[in-house]
Ligand binder design. Structure first.
Ligand code: PMP
Length: 351
């Protein structure tokens, strides 16, 4: 017996590259190209070092209350974490705890199988349809929980609330987690279904639509019972997940609804224009309702376009995997960044 035999071994998730080089056009990790709301910057500059000496509020009340007010729920229905990755990880640990397999789409956020492996949760991946859609009937089988993003990643495809409700109606004995990381870019949130389904957990993030990927703030909204169970697990792992600065800046971001609306509308407009431009260049695209595009070109393998863009300091995302190996995921940048992308693509495809 060697000590290595008892190590918990995992194949970790690979996040998108954060290049150390400056002056690159970074369209690879779905960050927001615009700064956070001005109130966030003011909050940060008023933040004193005295606030670093003490532990933060373990309940993160400032942020939880602001979220409850923004989304019209009770504070006891809100859970916060270090990005939605932390929230999702805690939710896997808390709610997916049976011998029956959890279900999630095949082609989805690639962190789900990593958490399932890490926590030894049995899982079954349900293939998307040929058009990359989720089929509700596929989720009417024995399971120990269900999770999917809406819009899905990396396809960007949004499913209607009717599909989510069909899945919920068929699964009253499972926790159903809807990962709404990209919902603010034109999608309809399933938060209104919370009144009817106490087994629904909705997870969102400040990383994309609120331009705060670097602060790491995610949250879940659900029934009081679900949130209580989540907090019991969280307080058994780490009491102080949310820093003072994250709580204050997150609350400041929520206060500026006009800025939030304007920034997300700009990204939606750039996305719709980008769909048109890329189609004119021969790309095939899904009808993404997120802050990224999912695009394929019949004349050149995606891996080659990816490498050629990278050589020009334009970073996008590519997975060398079945079904999606010939697609690029391109985050929506500023109109200027997108113009640079179109020019580079035109040059690359000419060859
Ligand atoms: N869910 C999905 C579907 C995502 O694409 C991401 C971003 N990688 C996340 C959750 C996690 O984002 P964050 O931890 O920054 O909130």
């Amino acid at each position: 017996m060697r000590w290595e035999d008892t190590v918990r071994r995992v194949v970790p998730y690979t996040p998108g590259e954060q290049p150390q080089k400056r002056d690159v056009i970074k369209l690879n990790t779905n960050e927001n190209p615009y700064p956070p709301a001005p109130g966030v910057t003011e909050t940060l500059s008023a933040f004193g070092s005295e606030q670093l000496r003490l532990y933060p509020d373990p309940e993160a009340k400032v942020l939880v209350d602001a979220l409850a007010q923004t989304y019209g729920v009770k504070p006891s229905q809100v859970f916060v974490g270090v990005g939605s990755d932390d929230v999702l990880s805690m939710a896997f640990l808390t709610f997916f705890h049976s011998d029956r397999p959890i279900l999630f789409p095949d082609v989805t956020y690639s962190f789900y199988d990593v958490w399932a492996e890490l926590y030894r949760i049995p899982y079954k991946k349900i293939p998307l349809t040929a058009e990359f859609r989720i089929c509700a009937a596929d989720y009417q089988q024995e399971n120990g929980g269900i999770i999917f993003p809406n819009p899905n990643a990396p396809t960007g495809i949004l499913e209607p609330l009717s599909l989510i409700e069909e899945i919920l109606r068929a699964n009253p004995a499972s926790v159903v987690i809807v990962d709404e990381a990209y919902i603010d870019f034109g999608g309809e949130s399933c938060l209104p279904l919370l009144g009817t389904y106490d087994n629904l957990l909705v997870v969102q993030t400040f990383s994309k639509s609120r331009s705060l990927a670097g602060l790491r703030i995610g949250f879940a909204i659900g029934s009081e019972a679900l949130i209580r169970y989540l907090n019991d697990v969280k307080f058994s792992v780490n009491s102080y997940t949310m820093t003072n600065s994250a709580c204050l800046c997150g609350a400041a971001a929520l206060r500026d609804t006009a800025y939030f609306k304007a920034a997300t509308e700009k990204i939606i407009a750039t996305r719709e224009a980008a769909k048109q431009r890329l189609r004119e260049m021969g790309f095939t695209l899904t009808d993404s309702q997120s802050n990224f595009l999912f695009a394929s070109h019949p004349a050149m393998p995606a891996g080659e376009i990816f490498a050629a863009l990278k050589a020009r300091d334009i970073y996008v995302r590519h997975w060398d995997q079945p079904r999606i190996g010939n697609f690029l995921r391109i985050t929506i940048g500023t109109p200027e960044q997108m113009e640079a992308l179109y020019a580079a693509l035109a040059d690359i495809l000419k060859k």
